[in-house]
Design a protein around this ligand. Structure first.
Ligand code: URA
Length: 205
C-alpha cells in the first residue's frame, strides 16, 4: 500500500516520525500528535476523523465523549480497545475542531498507509465520512453504513461516526446495529483466502 517503509518497520518508529511531521500549518498549534494506539497485530482497525481537544491533550485517540461511546460499542461485541487498533485520518487536531482540509488529509495520508502496512489488519472499520471517503470513494454514508467491501486482503466496513450517533437517536440505533455485524463480517473475512491486491472493490454484503 506504501512505496517504502524504509526505517519505519514498527509502530513506535512510525510514531516518532509522525511526532516530527510539520507538513501542515496545524502542526504548529498541536499539543501532541495522535498517531493511534492498539496492538501491532490487531485484526481490526477503527479509523475516525481527527483528534479533538481531549485527544490533542493526551496524544491518544478517542478519549473524549465519542471515545467513551466507542468503548461501549466495543463492549457490545465483547471487545475492549486493547484488542483493536484505533486511529484517525488526521494525526493532528484541526483548530476549533473544524473539518480537515483536503490538503491536510492528503499530507496525512501516508501515515495511515504506513500504519495499515505494519498492522496488516483483516478488517478496517471506517467511522464517519472522512475515513469512509478514503475506503469507499464517492459513496454516501447514509446508503452504505453497515456494509462491507473487500480491498485486497482487507475487508472495509462503514459506520457512522460515534460523535454523530451520540447526538442523533436515529443514528444511534444504526451505529449500534452496525457494530453488532462486525464479528460476522470478520469471521467471513477470515474464511476467504487472501486475495491479490486489486484496485477493484468487490462487495461482500
Ligand atoms: N473523533 C475522532 O474522529 N477521533 C478522535 O480521536 C476523537 C474524536
Amino acid at each position: 500500500m506504501v512505496e517504502s517503509l524504509s526505517n519505519m518497520s514498527t509502530l513506535s518508529e512510525l510514531n516518532q516520525e509522525i511526532a516530527r511531521c510539520l507538513l501542515c500549518e496545524i502542526a504548529k498549534n498541536r499539543t501532541n500528535t495522535v498517531p493511534g494506539e492498539g496492538p501491532e497485530d490487531a485484526e481490526i482497525m477503527f479509523i475516525g476523523e481527527a483528534p479533538g481537544w481531549h485527544e490533542d491533550q493526551q496524544g491518544r485517540p478517542f478519549v473524549g465523549p465519542a471515545g467513551h461511546y466507542l468503548d461501549q460499542l466495543l463492549a457490545s461485541i465483547s471487545l475492549t480497545r486493547r484488542q483493536v487498533f484505533i486511529a484517525n485520518v488526521m494525526k493532528c487536531r484541526p483548530p476549533s475542531n473544524r473539518d480537515p482540509l483536503p490538503t491536510e488529509i492528503q499530507n496525512c495520508q501516508k501515515w495511515l498507509d504506513y500504519q495499515i502496512d505494519i498492522i496488516k489488519p483483516r478488517m478496517i472499520v471506517t467511522l464517519g465520512r472522512y475515513s469512509m471517503a478514503r475506503f469507499f470513494p464517492g459513496k454516501s454514508i447514509g446508503k452504505i453504513h453497515g456494509t462491507a467491501v473487500r480491498q485486497g486482503d482487507i475487508i472495509c466496513f462503514a459506520m457512522y461516526h460515534p460523535a454523530a450517533a451520540l447526538h442523533q437517536q436515529s443514528l444511534r440505533q444504526a451505529i449500534e446495529a452496525d457494530m453488532k455485524k462486525i464479528p460476522a463480517v470478520l469471521a467471513e473475512a477470515k474464511n476467504v483466502p487472501d486475495a491479490e491486491p486489486s484496485p477493484q472493490q468487490s462487495s461482500m454484503f
